[in-house]
Design a protein around this ligand. Structure first.
Ligand code: TYD
Length: 212
């Protein structure tokens, strides 16, 4: 059986990942692929419990290392019980955030450094890296304005000071420079339809190359 395709979406809070994930899932289904959409942290019963701890505003005193380990714990569970088996079945797995979120938020945002984040996450991802990653490129201030316009209560991470979100954004830009083959920067200042056209083009090229 063919190995599936693993696509992840990244970006600051409010960068518009959700719309693009829905458009891509529909597109791939229409092409005849079986699609699984997931989110991090979460995506498994254990992961959803970890998510509640991570996003609970009551946990204001969580230290950065605990935070890094909990994101990695949720990820390890998702990789072993969902992502790997689904890819083995030949499915297209689309994940809202993955290891790049830990590199950007904990590595750059919290200042733990990408070396430490990789040390922990090498175990969590167990060799399972995305075939392609779309970085929704919108600066932290503009993304936060979009996030606030949507309404709803901010979670523990969203409630961080703006400088934290600015470091996260700079971190993503740096990761995109480090992994140009895997991470595609997508300018999301355009309409959702235009943004999706670019994403669709990259995905089609990848499918064509791997003849799926
Ligand atoms: P979520 O509500 O899923 O945010 P979004 O809709 O923007 O993806 O909350 C996930 C939050 O956790 C988000 O603020 C980013 C953060 N995060 C990390 O800090 N590190 C990680 O490894 C992951 C996966 C998420």
């Amino acid at each position: 059986m063919d190995k599936g395709i693993f696509i992840t979406f990244e970006g600051n809070d409010g960068s518009g990942k959700t719309t693009q994930i829905m458009l891509l899932a529909d597109y791939l289904k229409k092409k005849g692929l079986e699609v699984v959409t997931l989110r991090e942290p979460g995506g498994t019963a254990i992961g959803e419990k970890i998510r509640d701890i991570l996003l609970d505003k009551g946990n204001r005193d969580m230290c950065p290392v605990t935070e890094m380990l909990l994101y990695a714990a949720s990820r390890a569970q998702l990789v072993s019980s969902v992502i790997k088996p689904e890819l083995e079945r030949g499915r297209a797995v689309i994940c809202d955030r993955f290891v790049d979120s830990s590199l950007a938020y904990q590595g750059f945002g919290r200042g733990l450094g990408t070396g430490n984040v990789w040390t922990v996450n090498r175990l969590a991802v167990d060799g399972c890296l995305p075939d392609m990653t779309f970085f929704m490129d919108i600066d932290a201030d503009a993304a936060m304005a979009r996030r606030c316009a949507k309404g709803g209560e901010a979670d523990r991470i969203e409630s961080e000071e703006m400088n934290f979100h600015r470091r996260v954004y700079a971190g993503y830009r740096e990761l995109a420079r480090q992994y140009p083959g895997r991470i595609r920067c997508i300018d999301v200042s355009r309409s959702p339809g235009e943004v999706f056209e670019e994403i669709r083009k990259y995905v089609d090229e990848f499918l064509e190359k791997s003849k799926r």
